[in-house]
Write a new protein. Sequence first.
Length: 313
Amino acid sequence: MFAITAARSSFEDPLSALEAGERPDPEPRDGWTVVDVKAASLNHHDLWSLRGIGLPAERLPMILGCDAAGIDEDGNEVVVHAVVEDGGSRPTILSEKYDGAFAERILVPRANLLPKPPELSFEEAACLPTAWLTAYSMLFGKIDLRPGSTILVQGAGGGVSVALVRLAVQAGHRVYVTSRDEGKRKKALDMGAYAVVQTGDRLPERVDAVFESVGQATWAHSVRSLKPGGAIVICGATSGEAPPAELTRLFFLQLRVIGSTMGTKEELATLTEMCARTGVRPVIDRVLPLDRAAEGFRAMAEGALFGKVVFTV
């Protein structure tokens, strides 16, 4: 079968580690099933894998891709939950230990399949299991916010941040967004953000919660943007993981820092139901055939995206 693979790793030049070509078909395994992939979406996790982060050399080559929607062996349209529980060991994400979704077929635990709502296209459904699930869990699972709360989303454009804006607007929150890019700021406003500011600029008011995936470059701004008792919910650190901790401000204002990684299968089910019922849809920057996956990787590496890159099979 045709697949997109991390053949090796290169921290400085991750795209050089990308390989497209034929790979063996999945081999049957008890409790697992094959899904014919119709669409799969790109995540920063895939770029980190090419850099060798979380994907050691002994596991290479590895088919990349966490997110898939397709048709199971019984002809059902399904979405694949990307988190694999493996006999009591640490859960992994597809493409960390087991081959991922950038292929014509993928082998996954049968328990990881959810029905795809007919209201969602395969391309839309393929955006949900990582970035959108992460955003949903951050917003509705990790923190108790009432509709009308004020929030800040750091960094418009990425899959998680775009999902946070769409979901938070739908929930009735007043959403501030930061970006250095004027075009991305305008798109955030078009999605319903209350206001957008340059990265690092002071907000008109302090907020109840900040949603972080940027890390070191925005951390000080996040801490200073919170009301007393507010919370930062963080799911990543793409700009670095070692900012000044701002400990005095944290304890003096009784701020909270909450970590968040992915989400549960149950949360994915309620997310897909929410999208089907409300009309909220993932923002897709571009759709490419799988054999042009390198173009999507390049756009992500250059930061030239607003929303998700989807590969069709």
